[in-house]
Design a protein around this ligand. Structure first.
Ligand code: PLP
Length: 359
């Protein structure tokens, strides 16, 4: 077997022991004579898996009893609609911090449901200044994207909101890579395919007192309360992604937990950012060091025409999927939990080597 280093932004690299465990038990799930993919979600085996996954997430992220954990479908995109549908209540407006591709898309969707008050950073490719975040007391919630996957920006502070305004965060691309302060966050959500498992599963962690605000007209499947009451089994849940996510949780726990994931994320991203910063302008990053993402390193070649050559030569040394998002161009190295630190080190060495050859 030969595995490459896969820097894809998502669906993304998964831990090899998880893939091996799935492969070994795919056809015959631990002696049951059938695959988990063929089993009822109401049976003891799957209900055991979903409950254990919920308990593992509660433990790994220290989720307090004030919050519920839901396993849903529809990706991050469906949350762009579910958040306003469930949290607006009688309020006429919500506040969105828009500093990248995903927060922009979320704010545009919310505009279908309410007036959106937008906070933008003073400079492109940055975070707003903490002191520039003013949220009216009657806003239904304050929304932000903790890690902008396309643009390579990550919040290094929790946006301040009045205590009566719930704070909502899209944590799709940095889920389980750092701790979340649930005394400040009323709702967080994450699509699984970046850091948690295969595509097809979305995790929502929300404070119980937010339930019950949805309008009568809210479609049943989009109502958080329905899914809380159904313990995420109102309808058939995505059983296969939940099984894989269960194994990812166990892997994270065995590797040292979320704190260790954070340490590795800092280490990996530091290696790659150093290669950019030491290149004397050969590689460029538009993002201020304090706002740089630990998960998605976005950079450009000063000589843009060398980008395709960079990608081709990287593949020759097993470094794959480094092309930047089509909207920003350039290069992007996504360095999720399952990326070994050696992968980041190999990329850094290749980057130095590429400067020597083409600089
Ligand atoms: C990938 C991503 C999304 C969209 O996720 P889908 O599952 O494709 O809907 C939303 N927000 C962030 C931060 C992402 O990285």
């Amino acid at each position: 077997m030969s595995r490459v280093y896969n820097f894809s932004a998502g669906p993304a690299v998964l831990p090899v022991p998880v893939l091996e465990e799935v492969a070994a038990n795919l056809v015959d799930y631990h002696g049951q004579g059938m695959s988990l993919l063929e089993m009822s979600h109401r049976g003891a085996i799957f209900t055991g898996i979903i409950e254990e996954t919920r308990a593992l997430l509660r433990e790994l992220l220290a989720v307090p009893e004030t919050h519920e954990i839901l396993f849903l479908q529809g990706g991050g995109h469906l949350q762009f609609s579910m958040v306003p549908l469930n949290l607006l209540g009688a309020a006429a407006e919500a506040t969105y911090i828009v500093n990248g591709t995903w927060s922009k898309k979320a704010a545009a969707e919310a505009q279908k449901f309410c007036h959106v008050n937008v906070i933008t950073p003073a400079a492109h490719a940055s975070l707003p200044d903490k002191d520039d975040i003013h949220v009216p007391n009657d806003a239904a919630y304050l929304y932000y994207c903790m890690n902008e996957t396309v643009d390579g920006l990550e919040f290094n502070y929790v946006p301040p909101a009045p205590s009566c305004v719930p704070l909502v965060a899209d944590i799709s691309s940095n889920f389980l890579s750092r701790s979340v302060d649930f005394s400040r966050h009323a709702l967080v959500f994450a699509g699984a395919q970046k850091n948690f498992g295969p595509a097809g599963l979305t995790v929502v962690i929300l404070r119980k007192d937010l339930l019950g605000l949805a309008d009568e007209a809210c479609p049943t499947m989009l109502n958080y309360e329905v899914h809380v009451q159904g313990k995420s089994m109102y309808n058939t849940p995505p059983t296969f992604p939940i099984w894989v996510a269960n194994l990812v949780c166990k892997w994270i726990k065995a590797e040292g937990g979320v704190e260790e994931m954070d340490r590795r994320a800092r280490e990996r991203s530091r290696l790659v950012y150093e290669a950019i910063d030491r290149s004397e302008g050969f590689y460029t990053s538009a993002i201020a060091p304090a706002h740089r993402s630990r998960m998605n390193v976005v950079f450009h070649l000063a000589e843009e025409a060398l980008t395709d050559l960079f990608i081709r030569e990287a593949e020759k040394v097993n470094l794959f999927n480094l092309k930047g998002h089509r909207s920003v161009g350039g290069l992007r190295a996504s360095l999720y939990n399952a990326m070994p630190v050696e992968g980041a080190r190999d990329l850094r060495n290749f980057m130095f080597e590429f400067v020597r050859r083409h600089g």
